[in-house]
Design a protein around this ligand. Sequence first.
Ligand code: PEP
Length: 254
Amino acid sequence: MRRPMVAGNWKMMGTRSEVEALSKSIVAGVSAISEVEMAVFPSFVYLDHIQKTFSGTQVAWGAQNIASERQGAFTGEVSAEMVAEFGCEYVLIGHSERRQYYGETDQIVAVKTMRAFEAGLKPIICVGETLSEREAGRTFSVVEGQLEAVLALENSNQTLYNAVLAYEPVWAIGTGKTATAQEAQAVHQCLRERVAKRDEKLAKALRILYGGSVKRDNAAELISQPDIDGCLVGGASLDGQHFLDIASLCNRSY
Ligand code: PEP
């Protein structure tokens, strides 16, 4: 069985004091959640604080992005090795906001997945279709194509055993529109079946999270689907109580 996971993507949100208060509220309530793996993804500049706050708790943390280069003259970039030094266990790779606003292609996503692997970080690889792609009936081919780029990596099996996938329909991110549990399940199943063609054991072990306007009122139905192993939460993770409540709703034994 796959351990459920609830991850909070804090994006470029919050002042230092707000991030401190948010972290504190999560630490205060987390002991009630035993089965779910929780992780938070603050901005790079707060990683030091997050490491101090969450060390010794059951909450992991990670970066929202890493550079595709290992090191060098790349002003403004942050390497996988650098974030690993702050105790990050995970890193988000290929979030749709990176793909949309910073031109991250499937190829770049694959390279960053490699960099994460080399630095001992577990990548949470995000895939998802835009509204026009969905309306054109291309949802499955788009997400499979995005996955394919990672499967094409030389050591993809080894990498994927340490990875998590996140299906995040672009049209559902930050919009208040959620895919229905059935729509999401269909895509998760498609992704798992594609991985199973490569390696059945990996497909059974691989966690696939759903993301896109997950809230307290839809988390339970989403997690009840057989191929949905948890949630990647944006907006609702900025409220400590909401984030904990979503984690409680996913707190099933595995
Ligand atoms: C996200 O940023 O990954 C996300 C899913 O955001 P939201 O929950 O706000 O839609």
